[in-house]
Design a protein around this ligand. Sequence first.
Ligand code: ATP
Ligand code: MG
Length: 182
Amino acid sequence: MIKKAEKKKGFLIVYTGDGKGKTTAALGVCVRAVGHDWRVCIIQFVKGTWKYGELEGLKRLGKLIELHVVGEGCVGILNDRKDFEEHRQAAKEGVKLALEKIRSDSYELVILDELNVAVDLGLVTDEEVEELLEARANKLHMVITGRNARDWLIEKADLVTEMKEVKHPFQKGIKARKGIDW
Ligand code: ATP
Ligand code: MG
């Protein structure tokens, strides 16, 4: 039998895989959470510019949602050492901010968007992710998104969904669409 305390524990949710829908799913959780007056903090790693659609959309959802973009833009030129260090610095700031937010006890839901990608690129260490998870109060729900989630994180999570690419317009050379991709 599952103990009552166990049932009340916040979930660790991971959306990973190579198919589209990971960030979208996290935003869906966000909408649902606001419907229950939960306070939500979203920290987005890696990408420097949050896509405009959700930025404005989240604003319209009101004051319950706080959004921080901590990336330094797309990590493209990884062979450039200086660039990598800059990206790493931005990611470190993101981890620091996430720790503060998680420890603040001011939210019911914290979303760390693309954290898996930051780990995969070597911008955030496994130890840092462990620290973030340990900082979590019992009742806090947490969503971590991004492809290539670590096996140990999948093992540790309560809910894991792997998005699988079946078809994507990009395969036909169709670029990102307003309202669908950004
Ligand atoms: P979304 O933000 O649409 O939910 P995602 O979070 O699952 O997508 P990411 O890996 O974060 O996907 O990729 C970000 C961008 O790449 C999005 O604009 C998305 O539309 C696009 N994308 C996602 N999956 C694919 C795919 N399988 N092929 C091509 N482009 C993709
Ligand atoms: Mg995403």
